[in-house]
Design a protein around this ligand. Structure first.
Ligand code: ACM
Length: 511
């Protein structure tokens, strides 16, 4: 599509940007109390809920309605086609996910006109760039209750993310109940960073989250971060943990942020990283991992189990390699695809399916790009989470009370937006990339309002990186357009309950 043909599109608040759109400014569809929806029952229920939240009008499901949601063959997975004119709204898609995404786009199109709500006339064809589009929530540094996680799923699904990665265990706490290892939650779940209370998900809670995500076409990717980030494991099973390795960096973190140095058998409530390790040369460790990942595999319908592997700073390189080889083989034997942070790329003999997750900077430093390339040389793909772009826990501005700054200082909305996946790691292009994930680490974050303040609108920039065409390849796949489209989504986001933060960069539309 060329720019002039698409000019009216700049008025439509669609994020992520669809592949193609034609909008000629002709008469819109008027959404009134008599509107009815026909077609796929799940999609109709999703749309009715969304319209009720946005407008107060909940259209009924009917045999024949002006709003049509229909599965129809043709098109790639998760794609959809949407046409709106004065008389009708029609969404067609080859699969349920595509219909769901068409419904989300429809929700973004709804506008308050002079005489009630309207949906502008438009024709949209759309499909994702990447198959994996993730958000991550660190529920270990601070625990978030089920209702908060569900609210975060709602926010992410509305932006066409399809994976929720849960960072379920770290030095500060263990957050998932496992029948095979009950002491983990009995002993090691009660604390968080800064002396805040902890918590954990029961097996029923986890099932509920998996089902809630699935109803919104998201998988859950559980992470148990090993061999480092495991001080909490050592509280529950002291025989499995090495004594903390106290480096100068850890002493500095304690000086900068307070708290105590990590001590064996004492809950850790600080923010230092890289001091803990499971025992690498003890078979009891591998019995533990077989229990933990085996039980998680049985609870998780999605294809992935994340094994962590980052910041094992107290573990010797050969030991780290041997450990990562064994834990990725264990996960593969369970019938799941392992994901590991990019450091694991340094380990020879990783299970060759292992997906690497790159969390270095947009311009790689310290050989992190080489570690990431190793996964691709093994025959697998990468998930990209460039920390100085889409680590949503980085301060959005220097004045922000929430958030951290280690990834190149504060991350503006523009910086979160203005990068492209295929440009990050030399030698890695489109086909090597499984997708994009925007992590939210929670050292400084305690509530849903905190998550909203950090996520919005940068989570939308990550969504566009994951779904839309490459940066700069469409006149509207550009910062100025994104800034305006995101700003104009404020009424929808507010209606969903999002606590939008004040922004110097994005002008939120009133309403
Ligand atoms: C990470 O941020 N340590 C994955």
């Amino acid at each position: 599509m060329n720019a002039p043909e698409r000019t009216p599109m700049s008025l439509l608040p669609l994020v992520p940007l669809p592949v193609s759109l034609a909008a000629d400014g002709s008469a819109p569809f008027r959404l009134d109390a008599g509107a009815t929806i026909t077609g796929d029952a799940d999609a109709a229920a999703t749309l009715a809920r969304l319209l009720e939240v946005r407008t107060g009008i909940a259209p009924a499901h009917a045999e024949s309605g002006a709003i049509v949601l229909r599965r129809s063959p043709g098109g790639t997975a998760e794609s959809y086609r949407l046409t709106v004119d004065a008389a009708s709204v029609v969404v067609t898609a080859p699969d349920a996910a595509g219909l769901f995404y068409g419904v989300q786009t429809l929700g973004q199109l709804v506008a308050q006109g002079d005489a009630g709500f309207v949906i502008p006339a438009a024709t949209i064809q759309d499909a994702p760039r990447f198959t994996y589009r993730g958000v991550m929530l660190d529920v270990a540094r601070h625990f978030f209750p089920v209702e908060t996680v569900k609210a975060y799923i709602d926010r992410a699904a509305s932006l066409k993310f399809n994976a929720l990665h849960l960072h379920l265990a770290d030095d500060q706490g263990w957050r998932i109940e496992l029948a095979s290892r009950p002491a983990l939650t009995e002993v090691a779940s009660g604390t968080s960073v800064g002396g805040d209370p902890g918590g954990f998900y029961t097996k029923a809670d986890y099932r509920e989250l998996v089902a809630y995500a699935a109803a919104r076409h998201m998988i859950v990717v559980p992470e148990i971060d090993v061999p480092g980030h495991t001080h909490a494991v050592g509280l529950a099973y002291p025989e499995l943990g090495e004594a903390p390795v106290i480096s100068e960096e850890i002493r500095q973190t304690v000086r900068d942020y307070g708290g105590e140095l990590p001590t064996p058998r004492t809950p850790y409530e600080g923010m230092a990283v890289g001091f803990s390790s499971l025992k690498i040369h003890d078979e009891a460790t591998y019995d533990f991992l077989a229990d933990v990942f085996g039980e998680l595999a049985g609870m998780t319908p999605g294809p992935y189990l994340h094994v962590g592997g980052d910041e094992a700073l107290g573990t010797a390189p050969d030991d780290f390699a041997e450990f990562m080889r064994r834990v990725t083989a264990l996960v593969a034997d369970l019938g799941k695809t392992p994901i590991a942070w990019h450091e694991a790329g340094s380990a020879a003999g990783l299970d060759e399916q292992t997906i690497g997750q790159y969390w270095g900077l947009r311009t790689p430093t310290d050989g992190m790009d080489e570690k990431a390339r190793a996964f691709v040389r093994n025959g697998a793909q990468l998930i990209l989470s460039p920390a100085d772009a889409i680590y949503l826990d980085m301060k959005p501005s220097a004045e922000s009370e929430l958030g951290l700054t280690w990834a190149n200082g504060p991350t503006s909305v523009e910086r979160a937006y203005a990068w492209d996946a295929a440009e990050i790691i030399e030698g890695i292009d489109e086909r090597d990339i499984l997708g994009i994930e925007a992590p939210m680490w929670s050292e400084t974050l305690r509530t849903l309002a905190d998550l909203d303040a950090m996520a919005f609108p940068r989570i939308a920039a990550a969504a566009e990186a994951a779904w839309s065409v490459p940066l700069g390849t469409d006149a509207l796949r550009a910062w100025e357009s994104f800034r305006d489209r995101a700003g104009a989504l404020a009424p929808l986001w507010r209606s969903m309950g999002v606590a939008l933060p004040a922004s110097d960069e994005v002008a939120w539309t009133a309403g």
